[in-house]
Design a protein around this ligand. Structure first.
Ligand code: RP5
Length: 161
């Protein structure tokens, strides 16, 4: 993440990865305030065994883009919502990467989905993680189906508004 002020939003990503048993490291590295560190992190990530980088930043700061410039690892960008433009600045800068330098962008503050997408990428070569993700989807469906109001309409309700 670009700043410690992003930590609260990004906690959901760490929690989701922990629940799936995927080891992760959390670092505060700014693309613009500590550019040398950002470059070093990205260029050495692959050799350190990292499979996916989740890069979160707010405003027009472009941690995800800088990561993507320096590695062939998949980069998932999390635009962080701010007070000034509610995160639209970050969303647009993250999603609008130029051709040749992709960043998979999730929703503003979408840290949980960033973790799930990272897990899905890892699952392409890890059946154990794949099985956990399948169970998670099944649980999600069960939870919805057992919630009140879920399922097909009952006959007695048909014809009512
Ligand atoms: C970005 O600027 C950070 O990712 C953060 O979301 C935003 C504001 O940073 P702070 O001024 O709170 O450190 O670089």
């Amino acid at each position: 993440m670009g700043s410690d002020s992003d930590r609260e939003v990004m906690a959901a990503a760490t929690q989701q990865l922990d629940e799936l048993g995927i080891p992760s490291e959390t670092r505060t590295i700014s693309a613009h305030r500590s550019p040398k560190l950002a470059t070093a992190f990205a260029t050495t990530a692959k050799e350190r065994g990292i499979k996916v980088i989740i890069a979160a930043a707010g405003k027009a700061a472009h941690l995800a883009g800088v990561m993507a410039a320096h590695t062939t690892l998949p980069i998932i960008g999390v635009p962080i919502g701010g007070k000034d433009t509610a995160g639209m600045d970050s969303l647009l800068s993250t999603v609008q990467m130029p051709p040749g330098v992709p960043v998979a962008t999730v929703a503003i503050n979408g840290s949980k989905n960033a973790a799930l997408l990272a897990a899905q990428i890892i699952a392409t070569s890890d059946d154990g993680i794949g099985a956990k993700l399948s169970r998670l989807k099944e649980d999600m469906e069960k939870t919805l189906m057992t919630s009140s109001g879920a399922g097909l309409p009952h006959a007695e309700n048909e014809g009512t508004a």
